[in-house]
Design a protein around this ligand. Structure first.
Ligand code: C2O
Ligand code: CU
Length: 454
């Protein structure tokens, strides 16, 4: 493979943009390529049946894990038989490394590769395809960047996914096709797609991962919801769930009963095992349904009981309780907004059209200007909305405002008139995509752009 002029230009732009981002630390050296992230396929077993899925394989397992202070460097190589491109969800690189096809670089054709280098943002993040429906084919992996949080004896990543043996294109065609079934869907409803399984690190509760931990030890569990269209509610039974970070950004730690997590979101938990020991299932329950997945924490010698993949009762709907209860460890500074935008989330199941209508900018939005964006959902389905290139403070929920709001990059906007206001300082110049992280809503048009000028 010859190094294209485009690849070289990308390096030069990254260097310039990196240097321009004052206070962002090291500009990565470009002399040597980073470790290879290979986009390929593999066979996994789901409930006893083989399935060919996609994967992002790094030098030490799926995805990447960066040491403290290390730059993000990677050589992305497309070994699939279809074009694709990867978005570094939670990172804020220059636009040409953001991984949205055509903005401005095209997707990678089979056999193509591209080099990336930027200064990463610490925390629990992830990477996933931003082309077509391949997130449903599991083209997603963790992207973990060491941060300053302490008070753990060990840590582990828990990647949640929804799984189907069907072709995602066929599911989408059904959703957008003639409406016998979903014509009946009126009022609020949570889930569009029926799944064959829900995966926790690619496994189901028929054969769950078991982490053996010392009694009294403190685990940092990095939850990533990489599902295409499923929100989960995390349930640990009697073991307290102490939330320490949302979407990679630290919060003031607080214990919360049931922890919701929508597609795109991350939640970092501190789980402290009782001195008396025992075994503790950490379950992700699909909202509104009985299905669940998860892993088991157990002290040495503790017996592991079998946990059924279906609960007796349906899980509650995901909601904004985390944004309501948690405060940022370092809140966004107070500032008067230069722009107040409204994002109307539109659409319904009649033809399965979904949209975001953005209004209200007072002229061009320039880097550094404070923006407030109010997302309004008059429809009957929840929408987890993600803004590329930024982390925002969730300052308004319904009527309530909160000055020390937690920061996120993906926020649930509940159905039936839900209103969520977020505030951020406009980031690097570019067209930053704002979209629903429910894959089928995104694919059906639920996206727009926040354009930032220098
Ligand atoms: Cu998780 Cu547009 O991305
Ligand atoms: Cu949506």
């Amino acid at each position: 493979m010859t190094l294209s002029r485009r690849t070289l230009l990308l390096g030069a732009t990254a260097l310039a943009a990196g240097a321009a981002a004052a206070g962002h630390g090291l500009v990565p050296a470009l002399a040597a390529p980073g470790p290879t992230l290979r986009l390929g396929s593999r066979v996994i077993e789901v409930n006893g049946r083989a399935a060919t899925v996609m994967a992002i394989e790094g030098p030490a397992g799926d995805g990447l894990r960066l040491a403290p202070g290390a730059p993000f460097r990677a050589r992305l190589r497309n070994a699939l038989d279809q074009e694709t491109l990867i978005h570094w969800h939670g990172q804020t690189p220059p636009q040409d490394q953001d991984g949205v096809a055509g903005i401005p670089l095209p997707s990678l054709q089979p056999g193509e590769q591209r080099d990336y280098a930027f200064t990463p943002r610490a925390g629990t993040h992830w990477m996933h395809s931003h082309v077509g429906l391949s997130v449903q084919s599991l083209l997603a992996a963790p992207l973990i960047v060491a941060d300053e949080l302490t008070g753990f004896d060990t840590e582990h990543v828990l990647l949640l996914q929804d799984f189907t043996f069907r072709d995602p294109e066929e599911i989408f065609a059904e959703l957008t096709g003639p409406m016998d079934d979903h014509a009946m869907m009126h009022g609020v409803h949570l889930n569009d797609v029926a799944y064959d399984a829900f995966l926790a690190n690619h496994r189901t509760l028929a054969d769950p991962e078991v982490l053996r931990l010392a009694p009294g030890s403190r685990l940092r569990l990095r939850l990533i919801n990489a599902a295409a269209s499923s929100s989960f509610v995390i349930d640990s039974g009697a073991l307290p769930l102490e939330v320490v970070a949302l979407d990679g950004t630290p919060v003031v730690p607080r214990t919360i009963d049931l922890v919701p997590i929508t597609p795109g979101q991350r939640v970092d938990l501190r789980l402290t095992l009782p001195k008396a020991g025992g075994s503790f299932p950490i379950l992700a329950r699909r909202e509104g349904e009985t299905a669940r997945t998860g892993l088991i924490l157990a002290t040495p010698g503790a017996a592991i009981g079998r946990v059924a993949a279906q609960a007796d009762a349906a899980a509650p709907a995901a909601d904004n309780r985390l944004e309501r209860l948690l405060r940022a460890a370092r809140p966004l500074a107070a500032a008067t907004p230069v722009h107040r935008l409204t994002g109307d989330l539109g659409g319904n199941h009649m033809g399965y059209h979904w949209s975001i209508a953005l209004n209200g900018a007072r002229g061009p939005i320039r880097s550094g200007e404070r923006v407030e964006l109010t997302l309004v959902n008059g429809g009957g389905m929840p929408h987890p909305i993600h803004l590329h290139g930024h982390h925002f403070a969730v300052i308004g929920l319904g009527g309530e405002t909160r000055p020390d709001a937690a920061l996120r990059d993906t926020v649930l906007v509940p159905p039936g008139g839900g209103r969520v206001t977020v505030a951020f300082d406009a980031g690097r110049p570019g067209r930053w995509m704002l979209h629903c992280h429910q894959l089928y809503h995104h694919h059906a048009g639920m996206m727009g752009f926040v354009t930032v000028e220098a």
